[in-house]
Design a protein around this ligand. Structure first.
Ligand code: GCW
Length: 655
């Protein structure tokens, strides 16, 4: 930073004024002191009185000055905040104000972000309110500390040492989350273990909740539907059985006695082998409502997942969640939310938006995204997901009318966490950006992915345009690179079995038909792609008529979703003028070229970045390039075989 700029910033951060101490306000003060001290080299003292250059933080209840200066706090809700430069008795003061203390904390982090990205204006006038009330991380952490689909070490939750040892990392986790607006965390895997609901574990959960509370983060747990059998010794978990209902009521009373602000339960039921109400011929609504009733007196919420595909064997897997849940709209209790994955299959590099968005007007819907990169190359492949989430948030549902993007249909966002015990938290330097961008987009659904990327780059790698521009560029193109070398043109679920790492489009022998890559690509002599139009599974009919009309129509459907919705002949012409086979080969090869380009861009930054992180990223990009080739070569070799077509000229032959 230039000296003159630094001095200007220092003049704006001379002291901090907090007039009532509380855990959350104290946390805000600590962040300001540490942040400003670290960034500007001068730690502002905490004062009770205002003077020039003070930062005054608080709520109308905590500060008489804030209550008295006519700030417009209505409409900010509990989480929104104002940051204003004001003149108070001749002193230039920055006010960070909110209705609730947690809003002050969010404002504090926003102020620090402006400072760290060198964008702090001399006169501040910021008003910010989150788009959704629920901004949640879902951990798929098991009680033995393994993490399902986790690529960054083990679970942060050290159950054995809890509750008495509170690892300082829990506080840092809470700080990091609060800094991006996350306000809820589900500690345990949706493939749930009932043990977490026992008194032994609940005491540990309560300790974590205590650490997170000042940072505005509420704790949720996953509830195994059969817990009344496993823990309660009952003979059934049937949701209409009075004993079962009483068991859940007592369990929730017990939880709230020790965690008064407990968030509630997240439930995966009747999906991939998990127990659920359908085991007793009841509906998802019966199950969710039973838990909702138990939580309701305490203000808790049931978040029920829509990721199911079991009910009608043989039905296109993409259709099943919609078919099961749409008829239930209106039958859930008010404290039930429905959590829907961004797309209808399963966190693929690209999917069209899930048809349930906009189709459940009487049910609060939470958009579930996967931050951990199960299908995008785990921790080593660089794939910035901000662009994926921006794409889904912007997608027009045309429900109830066109001009209604997914963002306007949701009541919250949940991200499957990529956080673990690795020293860098997320398994790679660049995967931190996905945690960051998730939080920022959950807060502001309209934030451009590029902006989230740039903020993160400035705060992580530096503010020099020499660094910012190339790295943002790499990030912005990275997800499309992965799409191209793994599953271009709307292909999906071609990953190797079980672990989902590396190519497996030839796999055709799995226990369930709808786990096989061949089920999804349907490549044969005549062509490739899943016909989901009327002549096929008719999954398109689940979208609004306008959207369905476009996806069904070869002239309207975007190339990106072509083979998701259509079975296309190998020689058919594409928009590019190439044949489908030529286009497929081109895209696979393009995916590899894009990774090579990222590598070159990164190499050119040598010397601008500390050697340790530079070398790690460089090595990871090397892995990504080798594996992009592997994907391209293996996939094209297989499809060339099935189609009986040679690789077009200009595309490198499989090694
Ligand atoms: O993406 C798939 C994963 C499973 C996961 C499941 C789900 C937690 O392969 O590991 O289980 O989705 O979302 O429930």
């Amino acid at each position: 930073m230039e000296n003159s700029q630094r001095e200007a910033y220092v003049r704006q951060a001379q002291s901090i004024v907090e007039t009532r101490s509380s855990p959350t306000l104290n946390a805000a003060v600590a962040e300001l002191q540490r942040g400003i001290g670290g960034l500007l080299g001068a730690t502002p003292p905490l004062r009770r009185d205002l003077s020039d250059g003070a930062i005054l933080i608080g709520t109308p209840a905590s500060s008489r000055v804030i209550a008295g200066i006519g700030l417009k706090l209505d409409g900010l809700g509990s989480d929104g905040f104002l940051i204003r430069s004001v003149n108070l008795s001749g002193n230039r003061v920055t006010v960070i104000a909110a209705n609730d203390e947690v809003g002050v904390l969010y404002g504090t982090f926003a102020f620090l972000r402006q400072l760290q990205t060198h964008r702090l204006a001399e006169t501040l006038n910021i008003r910010d309110v989150p788009a959704s009330r629920l901004r949640m991380l879902d951990h798929w952490d098991n009680l033995d500390r393994t993490v399902e689909r986790g690529y960054s070490g083990f679970s942060l939750w050290d159950w054995q040492k809890l509750p008495r040892w509170r690892d300082p990392r829990y506080t840092d986790y809470a700080r990091a989350n609060a800094s991006i607006g996350i306000n809820a965390t589900v500690l345990t895997n949706v493939n749930a273990d009932a043990q977490v609901l026992t008194p032994l574990y609940l005491a540990k959960v309560a300790a974590l909740a205590d650490v997170f509370r000042p940072y505005g983060i509420r704790v949720f747990l996953t509830a195994r539907f059969s817990a009344p059998l496993e823990l309660g010794g009952l003979k059934t978990a049937d949701p209409v059985d009075p004993k079962v209902r009483a068991w859940w009521r007592a369990k929730s009373d017990e939880i709230y006695r020790i965690i008064p602000d407990f968030g509630g339960f997240l439930v995966k039921a009747n999906s991939e082998g998990q127990p659920g109400p359908q085991d007793y011929a009841r509906t998802h609504a019966d199950g969710a409502n039973m838990l909702a009733e138990a939580l309701q007196p305490h203000g808790g919420t049931v978040i029920w997942r829509a990721f199911v595909y079991a009910a009608k064997p043989g039905e296109d897997r993409a259709k099943q969640a919609f078919d099961e849940f749409r008829p239930l709209d209106g039958s859930f209790r008010p404290n039930v939310m429905l959590q829907v994955k961004n797309g209808p299959i399963d966190f693929q590099p690209r999917e069209p938006f899930h048809p349930l968005f906009g189709a459940m007007p009487r049910t609060p819907v939470v958009l579930e995204a996967q931050i951990t990169k199960e299908y995008l190359g785990f921790a080593t492949h660089l794939a910035f997901l901000g662009t994926m989430w921006e794409e889904v948030l912007k997608a027009d549902t045309c429900r109830p009318k066109c001009g209604t993007p997914v963002a306007d249909t949701i009541a919250g966002m949940a991200g499957v966490s990529n956080v673990g015990t690795d020293r860098n938290w997320t398994g790679s330097q660049f995967d931190q950006a996905n945690w960051y961008a998730f939080g920022r987009l959950a807060w502001d659904h309209g934030l451009p992915a590029r902006e989230a990327a740039e903020e993160w780059v400035r705060m992580t790698w530096g503010n020099d345009p020499k660094v910012v521009e190339p790295i943002v560029g790499m990030m912005m193109g990275s997800r499309q690179a992965v799409v191209n070398y793994m599953t271009p043109l709307g292909l999906h679920h071609l990953m190797a079995t079980g672990h989902h790492y590396g190519p497996g489009p030839w796999v055709n022998n799995l226990e369930r038909a709808d786990w096989n890559p061949t089920y999804f690509h349907k490549a044969a002599k005549d062509g490739i792609g899943f016909d989901r139009t009327k002549s096929g599974s008719d999954a398109v009919a689940q979208y609004s008529p306008r959207v369905a009309g476009c996806f069904s129509n070869r002239r309207c459907v975007p190339d990106d979703y072509l083979l998701w919705f259509h079975h296309v002949g190998w020689d058919e012409r594409m928009r590019s003028g190439r044949s489908l086979w030529g286009e497929l080969a081109f895209r696979y090869d393009d995916g590899v070229s894009r990774v090579q380009e990222m590598r070159r861009t990164w190499r050119a930054l040598q010397g601008e970045i500390d050697a340790e992180r530079f070398n790690e990223v460089d090595a990871f990009l090397g892995i990504q390039e080798a594996e992009a080739r592997w994907w391209r070569d293996a996939s094209l070799a297989y499809f060339s075989n099935v189609s009986g077509r040679q690789l077009p000229e200009g595309v490198q032959p499989p090694a």
